[in-house]
Design a protein around this ligand. Structure first.
Ligand code: OGA
Ligand code: MN
Length: 299
């Protein structure tokens, strides 16, 4: 039986049915999921019972998996496999974190609008987040459609963003939270990287903004002007008409296209409820500047 694809919104989010990811996926089903994913940048596959291995195996069909940023820090204990990002509120022993933990302050960065791994030279293509347990209140994930946001820009603004290069660093987003507790390895690994501000996607042919809380500077522009433009674009792109809010159910696997969306987590009582959500992340095929034919000076 082929999978079903039900739009949740007209052209941004859809839900896929008749698919069991605990079993090997057929080539036909995979092609149908990928086609839906090119049209809808957010795809929900509900009712799944997934081991981390099954989640990583499914994600691998989309490309090579990223390694979690938490592995950069020497001696950091990981709860999950290195290819899984632990987005939960649990410590390495599986207990709910304490209010003052470093991990908590760091993860609060997920409450700022962002796209995954734009602070890496080779950023993320698809993120696949699976809910093993959820909070009874709050803890939703909001997604903004940066293709629709680009389409709605005035022509004059489109001309301002085309061809611009932006510097992204995870230290930029964490500095917004007052976080600066970096190890020497992190300071080295998290140096700013260049990304295009606007990109055309090869599979759908659509043009998208490429924005994140990690973005801090625009090459060749005054800092103040760059910050003001990034802020203006982010406000524009996250207006309600471009946003889908996912209210989690246990067993949901949500897949989003980091090349053309931003997302953020919403608040919940994170020192009370267990929210065990785990992400497998697929790398993009090449750095964004390279994909868009923009030469970047070697460091
Ligand atoms: C992520 C993320 C937000 C959330 O998994 O990359 O930002 O709601 N998640 O957990
Ligand atoms: Mn994220």
């Amino acid at each position: 039986m082929p999978i079903t694809v039900e739009p949740i919104t007209e052209n941004f989010a859809a839900e896929i049915g008749d698919l069991d990811l605990s079993k090997p996926v057929s080539a036909e089903d995979l092609a149908d999921v990928r086609a839906a994913f090119a049209t809808y940048a957010v795809v929900v596959i509900g009712g799944q019972e997934l081991t981390d291995e099954a989640q990583m195996a499914f994600a691998s069909h989309f490309g090579p998996l990223e390694t979690t940023v938490f592995s950069v820090r020497k001696g950091e204990k990981l709860r999950l496999h290195r290819n899984m990002a632990d987005v939960s509120n649990l410590d390495p022993e599986g207990k709910v974190w304490s209010a003052e933990s470093r991990q908590r302050l760091y993860q609060l960065g997920n409450r700022l609008w962002h796209t995954d791994s734009s602070f890496k030279r080779l950023p993320a293509y698809a993120s696949m987040l699976y809910a093993k347990s959820i909070a009874p209140i709050g803890g939703h994930t909001e997604f903004a459609d940066l293709r629709a946001a680009y389409d709605a820009l005035p022509e004059e603004t489109k001309r301002r963003v085309v061809g611009k290069t932006v510097l992204h660093s995870i230290m930029t987003s964490r500095a917004k939270l007052g976080f600066s507790d970096w190890s020497p390895e992190e300071l080295e690994a998290f140096r700013p990287v260049p990304q295009v501000l606007c990109r055309t996607l090869p599979d759908s042919g659509r043009t998208s903004l490429y924005l994140a809380s990690h973005a801090g500077d625009i090459v060749g522009m005054d800092k103040a002007e760059a910050v003001a433009l990034l802020e203006e674009l982010t406000r524009h792109a996250t207006q309600r008409q471009f946003v889908y809010t996912h209210r989690w159910r246990v067993g949901d696997l949500v897949i989003w296209d980091n090349r053309c969306t931003m997302h953020r987590g919403t608040a919940f009582d994170d020192v009370r409820w267990r929210r065990d959500v785990r992400r497998a992340t697929v790398s993009d095929v090449a750095p964004t500047c390279e994909q868009n034919g923009i030469a970047v000076a070697a460091e």
